[in-house]
Design a protein around this ligand. Structure first.
Ligand code: SF4
Length: 363
């Protein structure tokens, strides 16, 4: 059982592949500073699947880009924290060292494959380029690898398709190529950032199934970033819920989805439309995500939370253990509040869920 958090500066135990500790990535722009990632910690074991969930703008993609050291500086800046990957803190590596790690040991797939595939190279050449650079094998062997990878991700007629350009393929096919490219060097960690959001529902299911199958076959650990709790339920073992740049809840997928403790997680789950809701109004979480230039003091969720009480607007809740080191919640309802304040809602609505009816009917 991993210990969370690890001692600052010490590498994690060998079964922990990725150990993100108190990570802070901020963006300095003309209007001020955006604390996009603000004290985020979590771990991924070797071969494990971890889902990072939250609404747009909660910091999950910036967390992934920071792990990959792909944050554009300026305006972005990794202010503090540690990112231990396979025994090394990648934040301490040089750009050259990072080039060896990226692609070969950790790889990333994005929502829109055209942003990462090169439009002027055939898909085969792109895989060959990556494999030759990282695996130090000759062109012939790398081309065989490219065909093998296209077959692995279910692309028919792989020897012919390997000579095609990205624009000659459908969106679903391009996403398969990106997965093939990402896995071509046998990375230990695959980061998938909303990999199915841009695809239609049928293709989404196929790509998720493919990611699950390939991940199980190759033993690659998976960090899946998504706003979709349905995708999480089907794909991952453990979950990290983020809100306004912070982790607010962690646990196994069953713990988080069946027994959510943070009011934000509760609201996210209540917002999922179901068949029985046809013709009724959609539930949504009350209010909107905070202005990143003016994050609320105390618990960042307090302006939207129906359970908010005395300590919430002034004191930030710690991400406290709930029975085991991996089950954590940042909410004063589950932690003894400071300064003798009581567990007593002051201006809560006393409704069971942090939701309100939206004006839109489920079709
Ligand atoms: Fe935050 Fe308080 Fe609501 Fe918990 S009860 S989520 S601490 S506002």
């Amino acid at each position: 059982m991993p210990r969370i958090p690890q001692t600052q500066g010490d590498p994690p135990p060998s079964d922990i592949l990725l150990d993100v500790r108190d990570l802070r990535t901020h963006f300095r722009v003309m209007d001020g500073t955006v604390p996009a990632v603000d004290g985020v910690s979590f771990q991924v074991r070797r071969g494990e699947t971890l889902g990072v969930v939250g609404e747009s703008g909660c910091g999950k993609s910036v967390t992934a880009l920071t792990i990959m050291r792909l944050i554009e500086t300026p305006p972005g800046e990794i202010v503090s924290g540690e990112v231990w990957f396979d025994g090394r803190d990648v934040l301490q590596l040089s750009q050259d060292e990072m080039l060896d790690v990226r692609g070969a040991e950790m790889a990333m797939i994005f929502q829109e494959p055209m942003t990462s595939l090169n439009p002027v190279l055939t898909v085969g050449d792109q895989i060959v380029e990556a494999v030759v650079a990282h695996k130090k094998i000759n062109h012939r062997a790398a081309l065989d690898r490219a065909v093998e990878m296209l077959r692995l991700v279910g692309i028919p007629e792989a020897p012919r398709r390997v000579k095609q350009y990205p624009h000659e393929m459908s969106g679903g096919m391009r996403q398969r190529v990106m997965i093939a490219l990402a896995l071509s060097c046998d990375p230990k960690l695959l980061i998938a950032d909303e990999p199915t959001t841009a695809l239609d529902v049928t293709i989404q299911a196929q790509i998720l199934e493919l990611i699950r199958k390939v991940q199980a076959e190759t033993g690659t650990a998976l960090l899946l970033i998504t706003h979709d709790l349905g995708v999480v339920a089907e794909t991952v073992q453990r979950v990290v819920v983020m809100y306004a740049g912070k982790v607010v809840e962690t646990g196994t997928v069953d713990e988080v989805l069946q027994d959510p403790k943070h009011p934000y997680t509760e609201g996210l789950l209540a917002s999922i439309p179901s068949k029985g809701m046809r013709g009724t109004r959609l539930n949504v979480i009350k209010g909107s995500v905070p202005n990143p230039f003016r994050m609320p003091v105390g618990c960042r969720f307090h302006p939207r939370c129906p359970y908010a009480f005395d300590p919430c607007p002034d004191h930030e809740p710690p991400l406290d253990e709930q029975g085991n080191p991996e089950r954590r919640v940042a909410c004063w309802l589950h932690t003894k509040p400071p300064f003798g304040l009581e567990h007593r809602p002051r201006y809560g609505t006393a409704t069971p869920l942090a939701v309100e009816a939206a004006g839109e009917a489920v079709r």
